[in-house]
Ligand binder design. Structure first.
Ligand SMILES: CC(C)(COP(=O)(O)OP(=O)(O)OC[C@H]1O[C@@H](n2cnc3c(N)ncnc32)[C@H](O)[C@@H]1OP(=O)(O)O)[C@@H](O)C(=O)NCCC(=O)NCCS
Length: 198
């Protein structure tokens, strides 16, 4: 039997899009079940601050990682998953009232950064920075995508580099009793990628 034809569906199908030593960044094409558990574990750290809604489960993993149009990127250290960032087209978040209020809703030009998380012990050493950089680079290469948006705690976005505007402020984001801002980043202010697409 031809071994190449045997595929283990529990393994993720991913492209390595950046690496440095033991640190690897992968763009997920289809997430295999072997990677569900570590992602679910890491998502718990989001719940501490943002609520249970952010804890991944088998259903939401399918929704965020295996959905056409989404941009799920994971970071591994020594092959183990240590973090992830997920971009979702605004239009896939139609159940969220704020998504439909964005002036670009329906234009299919915006990726919403749904989650960005790195395990505690890998924070503040450049891994998150690299993950974010790679994510933004891939976002801008997506056909039709001009903006990325996201909700961050008030004050965080003022440290972001690039072309950022604050769209609005939410007094009690998702019941966290924290003030969050909805920001928009123009991914392609020089319109380099738009020209290619258009
Ligand atoms: C957000 C997180 C991944 C950043 O990791 P870190 O190692 O602490 O990151 P650093 O301080 O080195 O910052 C890395 C980059 O992420 C940016 N950043 C920090 N917090 C961010 C946030 N909430 N959303 C988007 N970007 C953020 C920083 O501005 C920096 O960007 P730059 O490279 O353009 O300067 C990490 O703190 C974490 O996992 N937090 C818990 C989960 C969370 O709050 N996620 C955000 C909401 S989904």
């Amino acid at each position: 039997m031809n071994k190449a034809l045997i595929q283990d569906s529990s393994l993720s199908e991913a492209d390595e899009i950046a690496s440095s030593g033991n640190f690897i960044i992968e763009l997920i094409n289809r997430l295999g079940e072997k990677d569900y558990k570590p992602l679910i574990e890491i998502s718990h750290s989001l719940a501490e601050e943002y609520g249970e809604k952010y804890i991944l489960n088998d259903n939401t993993i399918g929704k965020y990682f295996n959905r056409e149009g989404s941009l799920p990127i994971i970071a591994r250290f020594q092959k183990k998953i240590i973090g992830y960032i997920i971009g979702m087209p605004l239009e896939l978040l139609s159940q969220e009232p704020w998504s439909r209020l964005d002036e670009n809703y329906g234009k299919f030009n915006t990726l919403y950064t749904y989650a960005f998380v790195i395990q505690n012990k890998y924070k503040k050493n450049g891994y998150a920075k690299t993950l974010k950089k790679v994510y933004l680079n891939w976002a801008k290469k997506r056909e039709g995508i001009i903006f990325s948006t996201g909700h961050v705690k008030k004050g965080i976005s003022s440290r972001f580099k690039g072309k950022i505007e604050i769209i609005n402020q939410i007094e009690n984001w998702q019941g966290t009793e924290e003030i969050f801002e909805y920001y928009r980043r123009n991914l392609d202010p020089e319109k380099i990628h738009q020209k290619k697409v258009g």
